[in-house]
Design a protein around this ligand. Structure first.
Ligand SMILES: Cc1cc2nc3c(=O)[nH]c(=O)nc-3n(C[C@H](O)[C@H](O)[C@H](O)COP(=O)(O)OP(=O)(O)OC[C@H]3O[C@@H](n4cnc5c(N)ncnc54)[C@H](O)[C@@H]3O)c2cc1C
Length: 397
């Protein structure tokens, strides 16, 4: 494999890292104390600068207004942006919009692209993805209770979802609902676009997660769909193909998550090293960094981050060159390896900061609260391990 990063990409990464350090990290204290909604005017100012730098929507296809970066390129960029919780949003490559753009780009009709994809890529509207249900196991997503039943030229949707991230303030949801109950498991559900102002789209609450309900983009909603009617033309792709489409978006989506998590690792690592060097723990001024146990954490974290980074870039390279199907094992591996690496690195960094680590005076407590979920969403650790092991063991029968 060639590990060379092109000159153009090097320049972009320098620009982005500098922008994150100068423009975004200083906003973090306000972000921790105010809600996200209150910060939106400021965020929009930063977004204008990103547009002027011509770095808007880096991973979105060129033909709909993005930069069209490859997965490896976007992976590298995503690591730089992930150093702050605001990075991806300000550069407009955040989940779940990134996944929804891919779906609309590949499967949307011309009318859907005009109405939803164009303004989404431009940053004029936001979206969410509504699959997980309160009463059904998300780990086996074919078990869905939400239905979309045809009535005239409409679908009538009924169901109880939760963890629809970023629904608060979103303009539309892509909803996974059963349209073909008689079909085999994987062909029962469809993805349907539901504007959030449709009667019957009832946002019950932003769920308190680790003590914080959040708001706007940084929130996870519980939603009741009650006789929610949308035109049948709002379906994405053929009826019953919801899981086929979902499967396509999972590969690239996991690279995006993993590289963002590597950014979190990198930032936590930087904070840990600075604190270890500056915190004096003896009368004669010896720093925490003089202790072997801290040194071990530094070395272990550096090695684990590098291993996770190389695995992720390799998976991205395979998807770019051979397609997501042939990178299935790599995608499963990075999902649990990087999520667990991040958890260990953030935990060590927080521990090195002692009481300070528990406060919102650094970003570590935010990372600790919010990123625990990485081991659960997009396939829990155990689900990935079980399915990877099954595929591996098959080779040894
Ligand atoms: C912060 C956050 C954001 C999310 N955002 C979204 C979103 O935007 N849209 C959306 O639709 N959903 C979203 N989700 C939901 C997420 O996809 C589900 O939580 C996930 O799929 C797990 O489903 P579940 O919560 O129903 O857990 P369950 O399916 O009940 O599983 C519980 C646990 O059981 C274990 N387990 C499950 N299956 C197996 C198995 N086969 N073998 C061994 N152990 C197993 C795992 O440890 C798992 O964590 C989000 C979740 C979180 C936490």
């Amino acid at each position: 494999m060639d590990f060379t990063i092109s000159d153009k990409m090097k320049t972009i990464l320098e620009m982005v890292n500098e922008f994150v350090d100068r423009e975004l990290i200083p906003l973090e204290p306000e972000f921790a104390s105010l809600g996200f909604k209150e910060m939106l005017p400021l965020i929009r100012e930063k977004q204008k600068k990103v547009k002027q730098m011509e770095l808007w929507a880096p991973n979105f296809p060129k033909d709909c207004g993005g930069m069209g970066m490859s997965l490896v390129e976007h992976g590298l960029l995503s690591e730089a942006l992930g150093r702050t919780p605001l990075g991806h949003y300000v550069f407009w490559c955040q989940a779940p919009d990134a996944g929804n753009v891919e779906i609309l780009h590949l499967h949307g009709t011309e009318a859907q692209k005009e109405k939803y994809l164009k303004p989404l890529v431009a940053g004029d509207i936001r979206s969410c993805f509504s699959m997980t249900e309160v009463d059904m196991p998300g780990s086996n997503p074919v078990l869905l209770e939400t239905t979309a039943v045809k009535d005239g030229d409409e679908y009538v949707i009924n169901g109880h979802k939760w963890y629809t991230s970023s629904a608060d303030g979103a303009n539309f949801a892509i909803v996974m609902a059963v349209t073909n109950p008689e079909a085999p498991d994987y062909l029962q559900a469809s993805m349907i676009i539901v504007p959030t102002d449709t009667p019957g789209f009832n946002l019950v609450r932003n769920i308190p997660v680790m003590g914080h309900a959040g708001d706007d983009y940084f929130s996870h909603a519980e939603i009741l769909y009650q006789s929610c009617r949308v035109p049948q033309s709002n379906i994405l792709g053929p009826e019953g193909h919801g899981f086929v489409i979902a499967q396509e978006r999972l590969g690239p989506g996991r690279i995006h998550h993993c590289m963002r998590w590597l950014g979190i690792c990198q930032r936590s690592f930087e904070l840990m090293c600075r604190r270890a060097n500056s915190r004096k723990i003896t009368r004669d001024g010896k720093p925490l960094a003089s202790r072997q146990i801290i040194q071990a954490w530094v070395s272990e974290s550096a090695a684990e981050i590098q291993a996770a980074r190389l695995m992720t870039l390799h998976a991205a390279w395979r998807i770019d060159n051979e397609g997501a199907k042939s990178a299935r094992d790599e995608i499963s591996m990075i999902k649990f390896v990087v999520a667990n690496t991040m958890q260990r690195v953030v935990d060590r960094a927080l521990q090195v900061h002692g009481g300070l680590g528990m406060t919102d005076d650094t970003i570590l407590a935010f990372f600790f609260r919010h990123e625990r979920a990485a081991r659960i969403y997009d396939g829990a650790d155990e689900v990935h391990k079980v399915s990877l092991a099954r595929r591996i063991l098959r080779n040894y029968l």
